[in-house]
Structures are given as structure tokens and as C-alpha cells.
Design a protein around this ligand. Sequence first.
Ligand code: NI
Length: 192
Amino acid sequence: MAVRKICIWPDPALSEIATKVEVVDASVQTLVQDLFDTMYEAHGVGLAATQVAVAQRALVIDLDPLGDAVQDSEYAEQLETWGFKGPQAFINPEIIASSGSIWWEEGCLSVPGITEKVKRFAEITVKALDAKGEVFELSASGLYAVAIQHEMDHLEGKVFVEYLSKLKRDVVKRKMLKLKTHTDDGVEAALT
Ligand code: NI
């Protein structure tokens, strides 16, 4: 169990295109576990290996990181509608079907404090390997589909702010560089 350091955009590690995982061995399983630990520690709902400077095609998602669905039946129902069935690792994920489009207000642990609307496919079917190296397919919509697409972008070296206009992106970049300076000074960045 280990929490790794999350890279803050525009860290060059976030622009790396991740390579395919050839074998889901113990080191990949450790990576997946660390991604979960790091994501939970940062209160995120998704994290890609690229964000911890590991250029391998692996990501994790948990839309219910605090376990709220047990008490909140409305949220539990929502999660079910989106096709979410619990914490999931995706290794070498591929979108094999997609339809519709949806705008969603997105945030990113690598761009703390910033949220912006991004257009994504409304429904997707994804094929991937799980943490045991077994192939699975699942269909996702709503926030689940958005989160998977957001994390898969990270594997392509793409951060959601790159969908914004240059003007907006430059404003975000200045904020992040300032934040990075503070972080380097030992002041912890807010990652909520
Ligand atoms: Ni992100």
C-alpha cells in the first residue's frame, strides 16, 4: 500500500503516451493498488497511471469512494443507472462502442481547483483487463462514461484543460504554475 505523488499539469509526465501493459504481473498489480490508494487519499473518483508518472496503460475508477451509496439509495440508484458496480481497474482499456454526446463539468486531480464543461460520448462500451489480467467488457453512461473517457485521455497524454480555448488554458496554466511553486515550498495544494 502506497500513496504516490500526483503530477500537476503542465508537468511533462502528463503528456507522455502510455504504453500497453504486456503482462499483468505483480508490479502491475502493485501499481493498480497504489493508484487506488492515491486516488482515495486525494478524494478523487478516478486516476490514471500517467498522473503518477508511470507511462503504462492502467487506470482506476471508483464513483463511490466514501461508500455513500450504502446509506443514500438515490445515489445507489444513480450509480446503477450509469452501469457502475464498484471499484474497477482498467488495464489496456479500449472503447469498442460509443453513442450520443454529453456535457459534464469535469475536474482533475492533476489540475486542482479547476472545473470546466467538456463534451464526451454519452454511452460507451469498454474492453479491458482487470487487475487479475482477465478480459472484461462493460457499458457505462453518465459520470461513469465521463470518468472512463477522462482517464483514458490521460493515457494518451491528454489533460481535460486541453479542450479549452487557449485563453482559458493559459489562465489555468498560470494558476497551476503558481500552485506548483507553493507546493515546492512545502505548502500543500488543495486537491478537492
Ligand atoms: Ni484527470
